[in-house]
Design a protein around this ligand. Structure first.
Ligand code: ADP
Ligand code: MG
Length: 255
């Protein structure tokens, strides 16, 4: 039987900033439906890797293939976004003066004007889809509140909802638990777990308790100096001598 192609395949990526190798001969393969956690110390190149995938930064060399037919290095940021690669930055970027529902409608809009998406007709199909997303991100009862008034955790969930509204096939989520309470962090983990399988998700994270919550039975990738130091199930990764050494001396948080 022919093996299913990878949704995303990165091979031999390199990226230097003023002679400093932020990404060093990095290869990374992702199956459709995976929930993959990427950990690694500060400066390991995690965010830069997302910049390369989303076309924000161009690598010096290497290949980035999407769904075995698109060369991402030939596309610009907008074209990559249109392929269904959505990104959530660490700080929430919601439209604070608009309601939760309006934020979702705006994400659904695609090429239509903002004016049209806010004041034009929302189809019944779109309405159902928005209701479903509101339930998924647990903001149904906050639907008509201004996004700017939401708690920090709720804003992060809204942003994940906006990726869903965009119909992103791949969700790139950079440090979602940063600044969250323990309760919010746990609920974020539940949200990501509920999306796994239906979407493909890459989560970059520092909080090891959170990593354990979302990674049971899944692959964790450890980046170090722009390269994969270790990859495997979370228990294997956490007991790996090289991983422990990289984190040695780092207090409280292991990643
Ligand atoms: P991480 O997200 O794992 O903490 P980053 O990808 O943000 O790491 O950074 C990796 C390294 O690349 C760091 O040393 C950082 O200073 C450097 N770097 C990242 N982006 C730039 C840039 N635009 N210009 C110069 N250096 C950069
Ligand atoms: Mg980072």
């Amino acid at each position: 039987m022919k093996q299913k192609p990878f949704l995303l395949a990165a091979e031999g990526l390199n990226k230097s900033f003023d002679g400093f190798k932020a990404i060093n001969d990095l290869s990374f393969y992702l199956d459709e439906g995976e929930l993959r956690t990427v950990i690694g110390p500060n400066g390991a190149g995690k965010t830069t890797f997302l910049d390369l995938i989303t076309g924000r930064t161009q690598p010096d060399s290497g290949t980035l293939e999407w769904d075995s037919e698109h060369d991402l290095l030939k596309l610009n940021e907008y074209e990559i976004y249109r392929l269904g690669i959505g990104r959530k930055f660490q700080t929430p970027t919601v439209y604070g003066d608009h309601s939760v529902v309006e934020n979702l409608i705006l994400s659904m809009a695609g090429p239509r004007s903002i004016w049209h998406s806010l004041f034009g007709k929302v189809t019944a199909v779109q309405r159902d889809r928005i209701a479903e997303i509101l339930k998924t991100i647990k903001l149904y009862s906050e639907a008509h509140r201004k996004a700017g008034e939401l708690a920090h955790g709720q804003k992060q969930w809204l942003e994940i909802g906006m990726l869903l509204a965009q119909e992103a096939r791949l969700l790139l989520v950079d440090e979602p638990a940063a600044g969250m309470t323990d309760e919010e962090t746990y609920r974020t983990g539940e949200l990501l777990l509920s999306l796994a399988g239906k979407h493909t998700i890459v989560v970059i994270e520092h909080d090891m308790e959170f990593v354990r919550q979302i990674s049971q039975g899944r692959t964790v990738t450890v980046l170090h100096q722009g390269n994969v130091l270790c990859e495997g199930h979370v228990d294997k990764v956490q007991s790996d001598e090289r991983v422990i050494e990289v984190y040695l001396g780092r207090k409280s948080k292991a990643a």
